[in-house]
Every structure is written in C-alpha cells, then in structure tokens.
Design a protein around this ligand. Structure first.
Ligand SMILES: [Mg+2]
Length: 449
C-alpha cells in the first residue's frame, strides 16, 4: 500500500497534451460523415504533492483539427483545480464538478454543451481516476461499492426533476443493490458483452469486410456494426455481404453518423430492413429529439440508437421523455464526465431503456467499460440486450488497455479509470512537436505556412 497522503496535500499541476494519431491514412474509423479522422485526445494529467505517487489522468476524444481548441478549453479550467485539497475532491468529485459547471463566465460558452463541456468532462474524469487510484480500486468497483446516498449526491439534478428526482434515483440505486454480489462474481468470471465495429468502416472494401466480419464471429462477438449512409446501393451490397458472412443469428447494427434528414433516414432504413438490422444509429442530428421520435415510429421494429454526440443529460432526458430512442449510447468523454453519466444511467433505468455505450476512438473503450459494469452491478442489474462497442484501435497506447475475451470486456482490476497513456506514446504523438509529427513533411509544411 502506498502511504496515505497528508490532509493538507493539494493539486499542484494540471498538464495538458494535444495528442493525435494518424489514423486517416488507413481509413480506420471512416464513416459517412467523417471520412478521414485522425483520432486524437485532448489529454490532462493532475499532479499533487501528496507524495503517494498517484496522478489523475483524463481526456476527451476529438478527430484531429480542433484538438488544440479542446486543449485550450481544458487549460481555461486550470485555476479551478490548482491548490484544491486532494482529500476534498477525491472524497467528493462532485464538489469540483459543480464548480466547473458553475463558472459563470465560462458557462456562456455553452451552457453545458460543446468544447467547454467536454473539457469539464476531461478534468472531471481525471479526478475520478485519481480518486479510484487512491482508493486502490478500479472505478467500476469504487462506484459499485459506494453508498446509494453518496452516488445521488454526485449528480446535478438541475433540469432533471420533471423526469427523475433524487428520491427516485435513490430508490433505483437501493433496488440495484439486491443481488449485486452474485453479479459481481459473474462479471469477474465472464466480463461484459461487447460488439465490434472493426469490420464495418465505410472505407473498407468487400474483401476486408468479409474477412473481418467472419473474424468477429469466430472471436465470439454476437453483434457487429456497419457504417452506412453515403450511398444506398453500396450500403445494400455491404449489408448483404455482411449478413451472408455472419448468418441470421448475429445481430447487425447500422450507423449513419447523422448523415440524413428525417424523411431520408426513414426511407434509407426501410430499404435496409431486408438485411434485418438490429438498430439504426445516429440517423439524424443528435439535437433533433422529435426527428428521432418520428424515425423510431416509422422504422420499428428496427431500433433507434443515439447518444455519442448527445451533448448533456437534458437532451437525453427529452429523448427518453419523447419516446425517441430504444438504445441509450452514453459516451465517457462527450458529456461532463462520470457525474453526468451517472445521471444518464439513472435516467435510462427510470425509463427502462438499455444503455449500450459508444466507444472506440482513443481510449473510449478503456473508460466506458467502467460505467457499464457499474450499471450492471448497481443500476440496471442486467446485461440483457446490453453491449459495449469495441474497436480494436490504439489500445496499445494505454497502460491498462481493455481485455476482450470471447466477445466480452474483462473487468479491469488495476486501480483507476484505465485512462493513463504510455509516456512514450504521449511523447511520440504530441502534435505537432512529437517525434512522429516532427518527421512528417506534410505536418511541418503546414506549420511553416
Ligand atoms: Mg456511432
């Protein structure tokens, strides 16, 4: 055990890094809306003078240009964090979270949406990483072990109480404790179900799609996902190829990444129904609550899924109130961190809608697995119809990478939020001065221009 930090220890540094990976060169991650992403992280490290060796790591995910803007937004939060007592923010991460959300001048840039909100998410998640490391527990376990009353105090219920009150949240969490020990044993033994998007990127040809879809089934996945939305004839061919490869029993989701207007989404999804898609993901703008509701009514029994670009708990609330979605896709780094995702998990439980997180990108799998495992142990109590997205990109850059066994996420055992990147990866891929980018003629030409 590391020595426990003195009561007066404080946060001494908030360091930020602009980290970009050149993923666009392989068309990894390509979809109808994002044809050439360079998967990136606006990365933050909190250091303290506790002398226990623990740091807090967090980040938000972007896809290249603008990652510097995201880093600047995190930098703008520095003064809220420096000098804060470590005990205070780790015993009650909600205390710092509320101060970040409540900054009356920065709030103008949202409120509670966009670059500033994601920055708050990165810092909030770094605090949770630090808290879990100091507690000697993986984050999922810290959350599952916590008293329901404490969890409820971590949540900002402002704008939620017409759909979910603190008392209702408490009741859900108290009920969630029943059978938790049994579920914990099952989680440690089996893990949490995953599905894979690795086969279905839009830029892959049919040969690669065929090979990777077959591989997914052989690896034990019970669901795959295909990107759609650029060209209907192409989509029909790719869905036919994939369905032939995986057979009728494997679920096949399709993802349009916001490509369509509402009527177009309905037409296009109906045209794909002969291939039995399980859900249509992000059919239209993530802000269009009534549009999602209309699509859902029209395309049933195909399910409607969204959430990776849903900007905050208030939009999730309305999507649920409007009956606009069948699947809630939380993202660990889009909203304002763990605290806001706790609210969204409880909203989904209240409305009886399964949570199937968005992941992939840089480190999103590493983070969000903790939230789903908490959901299973302490909120929804089930993995039925629940799957976490898995993409086999960039895990090697993390110190505690996800482990997938037979189509399941193995429960992480290392303390923390699995958020820390390898120092050598940070050094190599820091933009534009890291070794990789410094050796890239295009990048250096752009910098000189
Ligand atoms: Mg998606």
């Amino acid at each position: 055990m590391s020595p426990s930090p003195g009561p007066s220890s404080r946060v001494t540094a908030l360091e930020t890094y602009d980290i970009r990976f050149p993923t666009s060169r392989e068309l990894d991650g390509s979809d109808a809306m994002n044809p050439d992403p360079d998967y990136s992280a606006a990365y933050v490290v909190l250091r303290t003078d506790a002398g226990d060796g623990h740091e807090g790591h967090g980040f938000t995910f972007t896809i290249g240009r603008g990652n510097d803007v995201q880093v600047a937004a995190i930098d703008a939060l520095r003064n809220h964090v420096l000098g804060r007592p470590v005990d205070e923010i780790c015993d009650d991460p909600g205390s710092l979270h509320r101060d970040l959300i409540g900054d009356s001048q920065l709030r103008w840039l949202g409120p509670e949406k966009g670059v500033m909100h994601m920055a708050i998410g990165a810092v909030t998640n770094a605090v949770w990483d630090l808290a879990a490391r100091r507690a000697g527990k993986p984050l999922w376990q810290l959350l599952a072990d916590a008293e329901p009353e404490w969890i409820v105090r971590q949540i900002d219920f402002r704008y939620l109480t017409d759909a979910l009150t603190p008392e209702e949240a408490l009741a859900i969490l108290r009920r969630g404790r029943e059978g938790a020990e049994e579920r914990r044993a099952r989680l440690l033994e089996r893990g949490f179900p995953a599905y894979t998007t690795s086969a279905g990127w839009l830029g892959y040809d049919d040969e690669k799609l065929t090979r990777l879809a077959a591989q997914a089934v052989a690896d034990g996945f019970r669901q795959i996902k295909l990107k759609v939305g650029a060209d209907l004839a192409d989509d029909m061919r790719r869905c036919r190829v994939a369905r032939q490869v995986v057979g009728p029993d494997i679920r096949m989701a399709v993802d349009a990444n916001q490509r369509w207007d509402v009527d177009e989404a309905i037409r296009w999804t109906k045209a794909l129904t002969e291939f039995d898609p399980y859900w249509i993901e992000e059919p239209t703008s993530p802000d269009d609550i009534l549009g999602h509701a209309a699509i859902r009514r029209a395309v049933a029994p195909v399910k409607v899924a969204t959430g990776e670009h849903v900007q905050n708990r208030i939009v999730f609330k309305q999507l649920l109130q409007a009956g606009a979605l069948d699947i809630v896709q939380i993202d660990a780094a889009r909203v304002a961190g763990v605290n806001e995702n706790l609210a969204i998990l409880l909203l989904a439980a209240k409305f009886g809608v399964p949570v199937c997180p968005h992941a992939g990108g840089v480190g999103l799998c590493e983070l969000v697995q903790h939230l789903s495992m908490f959901d299973y142990l302490a909120v929804s109590g089930t993995t039925e119809d629940r799957v976490i997205e898995y993409v086999d990109h960039l895990h090697d850059h993390f110190l505690d990478p996800v482990v997938i066994r037979e189509g399941h996420y193995a429960a992480p055992t290392a303390p923390g939020f699995s958020a820390a990147m390898r120092p050598e990866s940070v050094a190599e891929y820091t933009y534009p001065g890291g070794a990789f980018w410094a050796a890239d003629p295009e990048t250096q030409k752009g910098q000189a221009a």
